[in-house]
Design a protein around this ligand. Sequence first.
Ligand SMILES: [Zn+2]
Ligand SMILES: [Zn+2]
Length: 414
Amino acid sequence: MVSQPTDVVLCHECDLPHAVVPLTGGLRALCSRCGAALYDASKDDLDRPLAFAAAGMILFLLANYFPFMTFEMEGREQTNNLISGTIEFWMADYQELSVLVFLVSICLPFVSLALMLYLLTGLRLGMRPPMAAEALRAIFLLRPWAMMEVYMLGVIVAIVKLSDFADITLGHGFYAFTVLILAVSAANASLHANKLWSRIGTGHGGDPAPSADDGLMSCHACSYVIARSHSDMHRHRCPRCHVRLHHRKPDSINRTWALLIAAAVFYVPANVYPIMTVISFGQGAPDTILSGVVHLIEAEQWSIALLVFFASIFVPILKIGIIAFLLISVHFHASWRPRERTVAYRITEFIGRWSMIDIFMISILVALVKLDAVATIEVGPGAVAFAAVVILTMLAAMSFDPRLIWDRAEARNG
Ligand SMILES: [Zn+2]
Ligand SMILES: [Zn+2]
């Protein structure tokens, strides 16, 4: 095992160097300047995440094999599986939604479980499995895109919408999926990036430990700390995880603006066009995002109405507003409240994926409610635009580099 060659850690949100001090108990070290979590006193334990990942893989197979829900109306019934929404979207010529729902609800959760099992089993057997660094990097990169818990909220909204006029029976697949979410959260919570990275080490070892006055930079993928003058810089690759090294995320401001403007453009059709159409006994009623919320209020489902309003209308606007504000403040070298601006960034990065609820809800409804003349739900073009808004705002938040807030504030003060 190669130990971390440095006892300095750079805050990933504001770049302030901190000396690593040993922690005990459940303590967590926070950045003294911006409050971001730096590292914690977790035990270097492989058994626990390995057990949860193995249980997760079994539950994943069960959740996909068994029926998820059964919908019954007027003596007719329809059963769906986890993959049914993906198939229905494809058949309805909404291939982009089909691929998206498949990726975030089935494919990426599976890939990240498989990578965890591969890496942790290898390390547990006392070896460094081939491509260990790439696997670990991928596990953390995929985390925001594996959206099973968001999918679950979509399921709940779908059940509430249907419960008024039909009977819903939950299948074994649903229960397996519920426990799967718990197993994956437990695996993620017991998987500690800094501990695993130091186990994997650099592969060649012997790096000189940089000190705080060398002018430090940290790898944006694995937080490895390198002296900026160090010879590794000339290779332009992180010695530990092999990604290209950058002092700051490259071209962060322009990229973020481009993604943000694209998101704002899609926001208009996402709200103007129907996201789905409910056809019951020949009567069709197209629903936009907003009218969907209104229907929930009319049905006096206040908490679900609030949830959908928050996730589908409020959060996308809030994200676009906050990221635009951050970009403008960085452009004008603002020194105003950098800590609060960093917290605002942290919030936008965290909440973005929850806006997918509506897309998942539609994928469940179109797969369940297809009883021809009795009741059918069809997907509308607004759903594609809305999915684009969610993905583009997530990418915009990821491409923004919060350290720029501090650079510009420092440049003005200095
Ligand atoms: Zn910080
Ligand atoms: Zn790295």
